[in-house]
Structure formats: structure tokens, C-alpha cells
Ligand binder design. Structure first.
Ligand code: URA
Length: 195
């Protein structure tokens, strides 16, 4: 096992048994993330929903189907990318994650970024957009203003591009945002070709 794989496996085990916030007592399964540890692009959603909690895997419900379609549109498979969330356990009734839950859980995301060292990070929706932009020194703005915009940050492991997009779940009830998502994923394809 490579040291990267070893670090990620150890981190996943920690997440699976985490009790740092109350969601740890309510979950069926924590959802650390899935995909390649060598991925060039990392997608960061909000929090697991019902099916993710049941299966312990990210984006396996309806929003996941939308994400799969978008990935396949730009020639990517799940095993080429890494997919995770800021909050790793399901909030009751899929409510929005709370600030204290994000505070407790986000160090896991920070570690995943440090280990995987993606060249491109794609926050899915406003919660992860706010967290990721702040983390890299940018001021968050409404997702309607920043979706599809490319931010460039310097890190200890080199340059990283950040491109927030709408959360795939919005495509389920707002067809015009599905089109925005498609447009943004085509931009992502172009960004990946030069990142
Ligand atoms: N929505 C998210 O933000 N993450 C998931 O894993 C599933 C749905």
C-alpha cells in the first residue's frame, strides 16, 4: 500500500467512528468519500442524504444520478475523480448542516485535500463553496454569482483551481439551473485540460 493510500484508509476509519458532533449518534454510516486518491479533481458536496447514510457512499441518491450524468458528459468516471462532502454524517431529515457541525467535521476535508492534493476543487452548492473559498482566502459570494468562476490559489503543494457550481440537487427542481450546471461542467472540462 502506498503511503497516500495508507493515510487515506486511516482517515476513513477515523471518520467512520467519529463522535465529534451529535450527528455521529444519529447516522447509520458515516460517508468519508469515494474515488481515486490520485484524482486531479475533487468534488465537495454538502452532507450525506438518506441513501448515502444507508450505503456509506457519497452521491448515490437522486442528486448522485445528476452528478453521474454531468461527469459522463465530460468523459469522467467516478473512479477518475474523488467525491466527498464537508459534513460526513447525515443531518436529520436532510436539514442543512449547522455551523458547529461544519466546524467539527471540516478538518477531515482539510486532511483529504492535503493528502490527495487535487489540482482542481469543485464545491457543489453554497455550503461547500463558502467553506472552500474562505479556506483558500477568498470572500464567499452568493452561488448565483460565483458558479462557473475559476479561482486560483497557491498552496504548499502548488497551485489549485477552485470552480464552484450549483449543487446537483437543484437540477431536480429547477430545469434552468440544470442547463447552468451543464455549461459549468463544460468549463470544468476545459479547465482540467490545462490544470
Ligand atoms: N447531497 C450531498 O451534498 N452529498 C451527498 O453525498 C448526497 C447528496
Amino acid at each position: 500500500m502506498s503511503s497516500k493510500e495508507e493515510l487515506m484508509k486511516r482517515l476513513e476509519e477515523r471518520i467512520q467512528t467519529c463522535k465529534k458532533c451529535l450527528l455521529g449518534n444519529l447516522r447509520t454510516n458515516a460517508v468519508p468519500g469515494s474515488g481515486s486518491y490520485d484524482a486531479k479533481v475533487m468534488f465537495v458536496g454538502e452532507a450525506p442524504g438518506y441513501w448515502e447514510d444507508q450505503k456509506g457512499l457519497p452521491f448515490v441518491g437522486k442528486a448522485g444520478k445528476v452528478l453521474d450524468e454531468l461527469l459522463s458528459m465530460i468523459g469522467l468516471r467516478r473512479e477518475d475523480v474523488y467525491i466527498t462532502n464537508i459534513v460526513k454524517c447525515r443531518p436529520p431529515n436532510n436539514r442543512d448542516p449547522r455551523e458547529e457541525e461544519i466546524r467539527a467535521c471540516s478538518p477531515y476535508l482539510d486532511m483529504q485535500i492535503d493528502i490527495i492534493r487535487p489540482r482542481v476543487i469543485v464545491p457543489l452548492g453554497r455550503y461547500s463553496m463558502s467553506y472552500i473559498l474562505r479556506k483558500f482566502g477568498f470572500e464567499p459570494e452568493p452561488i448565483s454569482r460565483v458558479h462557473g468562476k475559476v479561482y486560483e490559489a497557491s498552496t504548499l503543494f502548488g497551485r489549485v483551481y477552485i470552480m464552484p457550481v450549483y449543487h446537483p440537487a437543484v437540477a431536480l427542481y429547477k430545469p434552468q439551473l440544470r442547463e447552468e450546471l451543464k455549461r459549468d461542467f463544460l468549463k470544468l472540462k476545459e479547465l482540467l485540460s490545462r490544470a
